[in-house]
Design a protein around this ligand. Structure first.
Ligand SMILES: CC(C)(COP(=O)(O)OP(=O)(O)OC[C@H]1O[C@@H](n2cnc3c(N)ncnc32)[C@H](O)[C@@H]1OP(=O)(O)O)[C@@H](O)C(=O)NCCC(=O)NCCS
Length: 130
């Protein structure tokens, strides 16, 4: 839990609060970790959400990848790719309809190389800057 918190820039003073959040969201926010040299060096989260039921289908789940982070000294060694492969295997196993990701500016190519593609029917709204 401490390693997951650190990778999210959450200080030790809020570790208990973070651990409670993770426990409360265990069914919807799945953490994946990358290990190297006996320590956790990266993490990524799969948020699982439900779409509105339709017809006979009441179990329409999709995923959203969030908070992908590999410690700087362990980048470019395949940890990020391994995290994405594990997440997409989980998505397949759970029969998710699709998985989205809101990429950081510099990580778009990383996601394109790891199974994602641009989709012309995915649209995004953001509030105006104040
Ligand atoms: C994006 C990020 C998670 C990628 O993690 P990573 O562990 O470096 O990922 P990989 O090693 O699988 O791939 C990264 C690069 O190394 C290359 N690579 C993959 N396996 C490799 C290996 N075994 N040896 C050398 N290079 C490798 C890939 O081609 C890729 O090239 P790129 O830099 O042109 O994209 C990492 O850079 C990071 O934490 N960035 C800061 C946070 C961030 O941007 N997160 C995503 C925002 S949503």
């Amino acid at each position: 839990m401490a390693a997951l918190a650190e990778l999210r820039d959450i200080g030790g003073d809020r570790l208990g609060e973070f651990a409670s959040w993770v426990a409360d969201h265990a069914r919807t926010h799945l953490p994946f970790v990358a290990e190297a040299d006996g320590r956790i060096v990266g993490s990524a989260w799969l948020h699982i959400a439900g779409r509105v039921p339709g017809g006979d289908s009441f179990d329409r789940l999709y995923g959203d990848v969030q908070s992908v982070m590999v410690r700087e000294e362990y980048r470019n060694q395949g940890a990020g790719a391994a995290l994405m492969a594990a997440i997409l295997a989980e998505a397949r196993e759970r029969g998710l309809l699709h998985v989205t990701v809101h990429s950081g500016r510099r990580a778009v190519d990383f996601y394109l190389r790891n199974g994602f593609s641009h989709h012309r029917q995915m649209l995004l709204w953001e509030p105006e800057a104040p």
